[in-house]
Every structure is written in structure tokens, then in C-alpha cells.
Write a protein that binds this ligand. Structure first.
Ligand SMILES: [Zn+2]
Length: 254
């Protein structure tokens, strides 16, 4: 109630004494009233945020239910999220997709461990390649003297390593968009190589000119072509041409 009688009060914001005209007035000025209002709002907001954080913390402590997401599955198995997605894609971990949400059942994970596939020791890359080739040669009656090694990008990177490890296995190699790195010169020179690199690849051709030269100097047969204006991916796509294939097929192992 407003009255002409002054009421002595102390401002709840700044603590100054002032004359109020209503019993309910708590602040000496509009300024103090606004400060107090903002402060209350801030407090309420902080309280709400703290509550959310607390709930999240309690959520973490809660045991997982019967169904969980790939992220929760990764935590449970102690592996990376991408490994979980790879297992999902390979069908190793069964899952269902509901409206864009991927769910994995705890039961299926447990079952996986009840009937695990036999543990096979990892073999080195070379052993896999030779056994794969042996199988193909036998089953498909392939011509042993015409085994060609082809690879682009990361595959070509592997190609340089394989040529270093198996100098007598391939009649010829076509490697695209992966420059020679970590190779053994004396072995690599034993296989003729058709090598292309995009002119706009971030891997600059000029960096490898000396490698090419040393392969040639050591007696290696290497065709090195820069595909002008092509970036890495474009150069991978453009690598296999009638010209490269006809070059490849000219070669065979003795
Ligand atoms: Zn005040």
C-alpha cells in the first residue's frame, strides 16, 4: 500500500538506509532492484546447471540396461568407438537401428563370448600374400608368370613394401598415387614398375625424383608419369588406362 508516510528501510542490495513509501519495497533505487533481479536469475540458472551436472554424474554410475549404444559398448569392452563400428559393419556384433539410433543388446555381447571363434595368431602380411597367391594359382589355374601387383594410394604404399619383401613374385607392378617410401632399393629394382602421381597431389612428385633416379641407376625399369592437374583421388581414378594395361601385359616373369 502506497502512503505519504515515509518508512525507514535498509536496501537489500546496497545496504544503504532509505525512505520507502510501501512496506514491500526492498531496494533503494531502480538500479539496486535491477541488480538484485539479475543476481537472482543468475543464481537460479546456476542451480539448474548444477542439477543437470549432478544428474549426468548419477547417470554414469547407473548400471547399463539391457540395450546400449555403440559408445557405451566401446566403454564396456574397453575398445575404441571406431572398432565397435567396424565390428558392427562386419556383423561381428549384432545390432539393430531404430530411427537412426544403433542399439546393441547385452545378451548378444555375452553370447559372443560364449562361442568365440578360434584364436588365430596374427601372421605377417607376406605369409598372407603368398598363401593367398598359392590358393588363387591352384584354384583358378592362374599363370604364375603373369602375376601383376596393382595398388592405388595406401594400397600402392603397401605395394612398395611388398616389392621390397618379394622381389621375385610379381611380373610387374603398377603403383599409383603413393610415392616410394620405406622400400629396399636392391629388391624393388627387380620388378618393372609403372608409377603415376597426380600433378596436384599434396605428395609432390619433385620430392621423389631422386628415388626414381636411384631405381633407374640401380638397373630398375620404371615408368614415371605425372598426371597434370589431378589431385590425389583423381589421379587414383585415372591411373589405369589402356596404355598402362598394355605396358603391364608386355611383361612376364621368367
Ligand atoms: Zn540500494
Amino acid at each position: 500500500m502506497s502512503s505519504t508516510i515515509g518508512i525507514n528501510k535498509i536496501c537489500e542490495w546496497c545496504g544503504k538506509e532509505f525512505i520507502a513509501h510501501k512496506c514491500t519495497t526492498c531496494y533503494c533505487s531502480k538500479r539496486c532492484s535491477e541488480h538484485a533481479y539479475k543476481s537472482l536469475r543468475r543464481e537460479a540458472h546456476a542451480k539448474k546447471e548444477n542439477l543437470i551436472t549432478q544428474e549426468k554424474k548419477e547417470d554414469k554410475k547407473k548400471p547399463l540396461g539391457n540395450y546400449f549404444t555403440p559408445r557405451q559398448c566401446a566403454v564396456l569392452l574397453g575398445i575404441g568407438k571406431s572398432s565397435v563400428y567396424r565390428c558392427l559393419a562386419e556383423g561381428l556384433i549384432p545390432c539393430i537401428r531404430l530411427k537412426g539410433k544403433t542399439l546393441i543388446s547385452r545378451a548378444s555381447i555375452d553370447k559372443m563370448f560364449e562361442n568365440p571363434p578360434e584364436y588365430i595368431k596374427r601372421e605377417n602380411i607376406g605369409a598372407n600374400i603368398t598363401s593367398l597367391l598359392d590358393t588363387v594359382i591352384t584354384r583358378k589355374n592362374a599363370n604364375k608368370s603373369r602375376i601383376y601387383l596393382l595398388g592405388t594410394s595406401f594400397g600402392a604404399q603397401g605395394g612398395w613394401c611388398i616389392l621390397s619383401q618379394y622381389p621375385d613374385l610379381f611380373a610387374v607392378a603398377q603403383l599409383a598415387s603413393a610415392a616410394p617410401k620405406r622400400y629396399t632399393l636392391e629388391n624393388v629394382v627387380k620388378t618393372p614398375i609403372y608409377f603415376t602421381l597426380g600433378g596436384n597431389d599434396i605428395d609432390k612428385a619433385s620430392k621423389y625424383e631422386s628415388d626414381i633416379k636411384s631405381i633407374q641407376d640401380a638397373g630398375g625399369e620404371i615408368v614415371f608419369t605425372i598426371l597434370p592437374g589431378l589431385n590425389h583421388q583423381q589421379a587414383c581414378d585415372a591411373a589405369y588406362t589402356p596404355e598402362s594395361v598394355s605396358w603391364l601385359t608386355k611383361h612376364k616373369n621368367k
